[in-house]
Design a protein around this ligand. Structure first.
Ligand SMILES: NC(=O)c1ccc[n+]([C@@H]2O[C@H](COP(=O)([O-])OP(=O)(O)OC[C@H]3O[C@@H](n4cnc5c(N)ncnc54)[C@H](OP(=O)(O)O)[C@@H]3O)[C@@H](O)[C@H]2O)c1
Length: 390
């Protein structure tokens, strides 16, 4: 029987890539449920194409249009948090692709984990906010978590067949984003349009800005701590502008294993779907003879302080990573709306972390409460930085 796939966030960049991969993989895989946000037209178009059993939108204000667009089909339409949970727990879904952006991905991903599904995890914010709870719940339910982030997919591939005790450290590669080499003074003047022009990857807006500030790499360090059971000080970050080496693992004997491929998210998505098998993919293999150089250098943590903030938050533990994440989401939104400068994004996160003490994050309610409070405080911090910009 075909392997059933549910996609949380099918209208986004990873969601669309997943649909491309599933279509490539053919009859062995079947999409059974989809969820989207505001983009009901795209969700309806996808549903007409792949004919899932269920579609859900997170937003009640678009459900009428979505229902109308699908009225000549027998596809069930669901809405809100309950709708997302229905997608995440669909009885015919063997794999749930977690590709909603930001903290909104946490609860439906948790639902899928509780149901013991295989999770193809793109939504790193789930692990940043509630890594301990997620890993504990996955152990209980038997849910497998296969990372979709290209760096973590690379690490998982390098670790296959090895014991964790053999690992000395992990090396995450970072493209450096569009502002590689910029000083803090130059960064003060960059615009949202410039920040959204990533040199190597075509992604959703939030992660593209996170890549430009290096917060994305900070979130990835936290994600790697939980996925691979290592402290943050054994997870190094190196800038590698070519984005061909997706990450590396250094073993006890000094060997470094790396995974290389052209930068295309179809590959890690496909790996998470077909794991532990590999099959042909729509991606052109990397031609080594066309690679003129592979460069690696340390990140500039003075111009890009977000990476250090993330390291400190995971070291502090408790709700500190929740605060980091919530404040970052608020600040990125304010930057994209033209309210604050690029440098003010990490400043707002730092100010919020400075105001809120880390509390306990032992259950989801505590995590959600900390997220709510962080957003309130971050909005205040953003307000101050907004006035300074004027
Ligand atoms: N893009 C990449 O290459 C990449 C690589 C590695 C990891 N990731 C991670 O994957 C996740 C998705 O990234 P992306 O780039 O695909 O983002 P994206 O293009 O912005 O897509 C986000 C998806 O989430 C949906 N959504 C937005 N707000 C929602 C809400 N409140 N409730 C429910 N659904 C909501 C969107 O729906 P509508 O568009 O219909 O509103 C869309 O389907 C992020 O956590 C990111 O860090 C992405």
């Amino acid at each position: 029987m075909a392997c059933g796939i549910a996609i949380l966030g099918s209208t986004g960049s990873i969601g669309r890539t997943t649909l491309r991969v599933v279509s490539w993989l053919g009859e062995e895989y079947r999409v059974v449920a989809l969820s989207g946000g505001r983009n009901w037209e795209e969700l309806a178009k996808q549903a007409q194409q792949v004919k899932p059993r269920l579609v859900a939108t997170a937003y009640p204000e678009v459900v009428e249009k979505l229902t109308h667009a699908l009225e000549d089909t027998d596809i069930k339409v669901a809405v809100g948090g309950e709708g997302l949970d229905e997608v995440a727990s669909h009885p015919q879904a063997d794999i749930v692709v977690s590709a909603i952006v930001g903290s909104a991905g946490l609860l439906p991903t948790m639902t899928a984990i509780k149901c013991g599904k295989r999770i193809a995890l793109a939504n790193k914010e789930t692990l940043v906010m509630a890594g301990g709870l997620v890993m504990e719940e996955a152990k209980k339910s038997g849910a497998e978590i296969i990372p979709v982030d290209s760096e973590h997919s690379a690490i998982a591939q390098c670790l296959a067949g090895h014991r964790r005790e053999e690992v000395e450290r992990i090396v995450l590669t970072a493209s450096g984003g569009p502002f590689l080499g910029y000083s803090r003074a130059q960064l003060e003047k960059v615009t949202p349009e410039e920040a959204l022009k990533h040199p190597k990857w075509n992604m959703g807006d939030k992660i593209t800005v996170d890549s430009a500030t290096l917060m994305n790499k900070g979130l990835e360090v936290i994600e790697a701590c939980w996925l691979f059971g290592l402290p943050q000080d054994r997870i190094d970050v190196v800038v590698h502008p070519q984005s061909l080496v997706h990450s590396l693992v250094e073993f006890a004997d000094g060997s470094l294993l790396a995974q290389l491929a052209v930068p295309d998210m179809a590959l890690p998505v496909q790996y998470a779907l077909t794991y532990p098998q590999r099959t042909t993919s729509p991606i052109e293999p990397l031609n080594l003879l066309e690679v003129s150089s592979l460069q690696f250098f340390p990140p500039d943590e003075v111009a890009f302080p977000a990476l250090g903030l993330a390291r400190r938050a995971v070291e502090t533990g408790g709700t500190a990573p929740v605060v980091l994440n919530g404040a970052n989401e608020v600040a990125v939104e304010a930057f994209l709306a033209g309210k604050i400068s690029f440098n003010a994004i990490s400043q707002a996160v730092e100010d919020t972390l400075g105001i809120l003490d880390a509390g306990s994050a032992e259950n989801i309610d505590e995590v959600l409460a900390a997220d709510f409070e962080a957003r309130e405080v971050a909005r205040g911090a953003v307000g101050v930085l907004e006035r300074e910009k004027v």
